[in-house]
Design a protein around this ligand. Sequence first.
Ligand code: ASP
Ligand code: MG
Length: 417
Amino acid sequence: MALIVQKFGGSSVADVECMRRVASRVARTRAAGNQVVVVVSAMGDTTDELVELAHTINPDPCERELDMLMASGEQISSSILAMALHAMGIPAIAMSGPQAGILTDGFHTKAKITEIRPKRIFDQLKQGRVVIIAGFQGLNPNEDIATLGRGGSDTTAVALAAALRADRCQILKDVEGIYTANPRVAPSAWKLDEISYDEMLELASLGSEVLQSRAVEFAKKYDVVLEVVSSFVEKTGTLVTKEGKGMEDILVRGIAADKGQVKVTVGNVADKPGIAAEVFKELARANVNVDMIIQNVSLHGVTDISFTVPANELSRTRKTLDALSRLIGPDRKPDIDADIAKVSIVGVGMKGHSGVAARMFEAMAKGKINIEMISTSEIKISTIIRKEKADEAVRILHKAFGLDKGAPKKKKTVRKK
Ligand code: ASP
Ligand code: MG
């Protein structure tokens, strides 16, 4: 008997019809002789609606209460799914994150899972029940509910799969797997059979919304067999796995665009040692995820520092910079540019090949797309460009790296006689 963790995203549980379909899928997995632990997201756009509701009543809601509110979305979908299974005569029990023994650190709205105490889950599985767990939440050291950051139900699922030593963790989505690019943007994009943990990690943190990056980190760390499959049709999806032979044959495996970043520029700061250290230390302390950083050439002893942060961390960023006004200068309000996008190419094949950056920049130049910032790692190149050019850039790069020709034909293995 195998233990399978199945995670269903918001659009897979959007309404009653969807819930019934998910219940049947879970029922079939169970009927095939498996133990099933289900993790659900909030129904449809519930989380967005809850966040909006919060901001209507208070433009700067307290994060503890925001977590209480947001966590309720997943609690609704887990209990509804349990009821749907009961209606089909299948024993099932719904649990909130805290009830399931999921413990987190103290950072509200972006907490990390620190420990899972799976005893209660195992007890229920032993009694033959399907265990349905509200994703995206856990209990923090103050015994308050904390949420895991947007898209956090993926992390709940993978962390549970690791803690329960599940045989497989399936992420069921309204797409059929991981694509070379967003097919709504680049119609020639195709589904990958497999992708390495590291590539998936880059893509996830670069704005491809298919998996939360922390979920992939967890999967890599604990060797979780992770599969992204369609929740509508039963066919093989994309396996996220260790880097294997032949994976480097493809130069670029995926292209991502992130429109959720803003560029912050602090102008006219003194160009002396320690300023950057102080600014970024304080931002880190406020738990702001700074991504790209550039410091301009200094003129007359002053300089500009620009960096990008996720748009939803802008208010924290502002507060931090305000508190540093003694250092930066009280009348130097940071300049905020929200009309940017980050477009990136990712592939383990880059490790062994040169000229990838040149090819990328050349293609963008030909398309008259101006590059404002660049950052690279061993397996990715990211650029900041104007937001309105992002979709076009994705199509241009998809073509420039030959991805518009479809999946490469599988090499025939030559058998020795
Ligand atoms: N419901 C949360 C969100 O929309 C968590 C999730 O879907 O994974 O971000
Ligand atoms: Mg969601």
